[in-house]
Design a protein around this ligand. Structure first.
Ligand code: NI
Length: 226
């Protein structure tokens, strides 16, 4: 689980909020599949609306420009971000995200390996509405400042607790990673982050860095599926 600080600037968050206030919204339960639909109680911005898809595209490019996300998720395909809104009493009970998702308006499908939630409301604007991710080390509770995002394995059981005051606005997307195995992906992330830190330290020998880089890319070659 990785927190991305400020994937959107304050100005961008304001822009998203202004635009989303004017967009058509519908029942979020309609876009969930199977068992997830029965526990989903929120609203979702109409993804066919031109403004909504523009916002989705801006977030898509931010994802591609954020080295930490690219390093952690190694995305191969990204589902266009969806925008959801929880008002008072609304929640999304425990569920798993569909393993295979059809990318809207295409014949292409995506395997969800990595989920990403981008917060668009400030934590003090609402009570409840925590993203709870169930991990092998217990439940992780996540509520981040507006413009921050959390990246986590799609394979984990998760929920959004009921909002008891105010409104929670967020964007969510899923990525098919080039590396489907979560453990291998995590190790590659740690290796890459270590290499990046060594580069910053400036006193590491170029030869050793080249070797580490080579190992990293060879591991990608070995494990990536495209
Ligand atoms: Ni979900």
């Amino acid at each position: 689980m990785i927190v991305i600080e400020k994937i959107l600037s304050d100005e961008e968050v304001n822009h998203y909020r202004q635009q989303l206030a004017e967009c058509p919204w519908g029942d979020g339960g309609k876009t969930a599949m199977g068992m997830a639909a029965s526990v989903k109680n929120n609203n979702q911005a109409d993804s066919s609306d031109a403004k909504v898809s523009q916002l989705a595209n801006l977030l898509l490019s931010r994802i591609g420009e954020t080295p930490k996300i690219v390093s952690a998720a190694l995305p191969h395909k990204i589902f266009p971000p969806c925008f959801n809104r929880y008002s008072e009493t609304e929640e999304y009970g425990y569920h798993v995200d569909s393993a295979i998702m059809r990318i809207p308006n295409t014949t292409d499908v995506l395997r969800s390996d990595v989920s990403m939630t981008t917060f668009l409301s400030e934590p003090e604007e609402y009570d409840g509405g925590e993203l709870i991710i169930s991990t092998e080390f217990g439940q992780q509770q996540i509520k981040l400042p507006a413009g921050y995002a959390v990246v986590y394995p799609s394979s984990s059981l998760h929920k959004v607790t009921a909002v008891t005051r105010g409104q929670r606005l967020a964007a969510i997307t899923w990525m098919q990673s080039m590396i489907s195995d979560t453990n291998i992906r995590q190790n590659l992330y740690q290796l890459d982050q270590t290499i990046q830190n060594l580069i910053k330290e400036n006193n590491t020998s170029r030869t050793e860095l080249d070797n580490l880089h080579n190992v990293y890319h060879n591991l990608i070659r070995q494990f990536a599926t495209l």
